[in-house]
Design a protein around this ligand. Structure first.
Ligand SMILES: NC(=O)c1ccc[n+]([C@@H]2O[C@H](COP(=O)([O-])OP(=O)(O)OC[C@H]3O[C@@H](n4cnc5c(N)ncnc54)[C@H](OP(=O)(O)O)[C@@H]3O)[C@@H](O)[C@H]2O)c1
Length: 299
């Protein structure tokens, strides 16, 4: 497989996008940001980033020429945007782009039947992956990689039930279950490294982490860095899951997010997964205390 040098990113202004852009530039890729004509975000990206604006509905007839000459495309838009991503993949095939990284970057493992049952978003991610598998079989010059990273460690702390300002947190059961979790910079670094090793990473789901820790360890690290104790509220995980599942089925959006929190906490230890790619990508665990210090500094 030819080396990947020119990379297009769609979703540079998502939660994860700026970190991915930075990692691509640091790894010396030539980067193009693709965005909608009506996007309100500034075109002032770091480095020598090229910007291409396309009609808002991203039709195939504009996507394919925009991707000509590119080697890889990364989508960092919402994972639920399946139709757009199918079109992106088709445009990759037509333009000769050899690697597509879809918007997985999951808190949870989208290939897990439990995850798909509890959160429909992950069924969408799986449907997209099946489409990509099909395309890759039909067109051997096309390949994909999905990256699963666990919860974002340093994005919305509320989402992972940590409230540093109020020095309080929620835990499931005894807070001793280990789960993989990643900083935005780790996810971005892993994404860039996938593109540096195209032959080894093609047509696979890969799993990475900053560290695999317990909720108690995370809270302990915040207490150590902030120098004060936290209040902890406990939930029994099975009861929590059933209650949120019922609410989600009744249409409550927040309950879906709670189920993502649950899954990414009780079923997210990637270390034994076949696609656990830390060694393959030359990555080592980060230091939990240092990562917490970074978050607290930015609070
Ligand atoms: N593991 C975790 O804890 C976690 C947490 C959050 C997200 N994620 C994952 O991270 C990835 C990014 O998600 P996100 O929530 O960060 O995304 P997001 O913030 O909703 O994405 C916004 C970006 O998508 C672009 N965009 C929105 N709609 C578009 C459309 N119709 N066509 C083209 N571009 C469009 C926006 O560009 P404009 O400038 O045009 O608006 C912006 O750059 C997803 O795979 C998601 O599942 C993981």
């Amino acid at each position: 497989m030819p080396p990947i040098k020119k990379v297009t990113l769609l979703g540079a202004d998502s939660k994860l996008g700026p970190a991915i852009l930075q990692a691509l530039l640091s790894a010396n890729f030539t980067v193009t940001v693709l965005k909608r004509q009506s996007s309100k975000s500034s075109d002032d990206y770091p480095g020598h980033t090229t910007v291409k604006r396309l009609p808002d509905d991203l039709p195939l007839e504009t996507l394919t020429p925009a991707l000509q000459g590119q080697h890889a495309l990364i989508a960092s838009i919402k994972g639920s945007q399946v139709a757009i991503q199918q079109r992106l993949a088709t445009a990759c095939v037509q333009a000769g782009v050899s690697r597509f990284i879809p918007a997985d970057f999951g808190s949870c493992d989208s290939s897990s039947p439990l995850t798909q049952e509890l959160v429909p978003l992950y069924k969408s991610k799986t449907e997209l992956r099946e489409y990509l598998q099909h395309l890759a079989t039909q067109h051997p010059s096309f390949s994909w990689t999905s990256l699963v990273c666990g919860h974002f460690f340093d994005w919305s702390l509320e989402f992972i039930h940590l409230w540093p300002h109020e020095r309080r947190a929620d835990i499931l059961d005894d807070g001793e279950t280990r789960f993989s979790i990643s900083t935005l910079s780790r996810i971005a670094e892993a994404t860039a490294r996938i593109l540096l090793k195209p032959a080894e990473t093609g047509n696979r789901m890969l799993y990475v982490q900053s560290f695999c820790v317990t909720q108690n360890q995370i809270i302990g690290a915040y207490e150590a860095v902030m120098g004060r104790g936290w209040e902890v509220r406990r939930f029994e995980s099975g009861g929590f899951r059933d209650e949120q599942k019922a609410k989600a089925e009744g249409g409550e959006v927040e309950a879906v997010e709670e189920l993502v929190w649950y899954l990414g906490t009780v079923d997210a230890d990637w270390r034994s997964r076949e696609g656990f790619a830390m060694e393959l990508l030359g990555l080592e665990d980060e230091d939990l205390g240092e990562a917490v210090e970074g978050v607290v500094r930015r609070l």
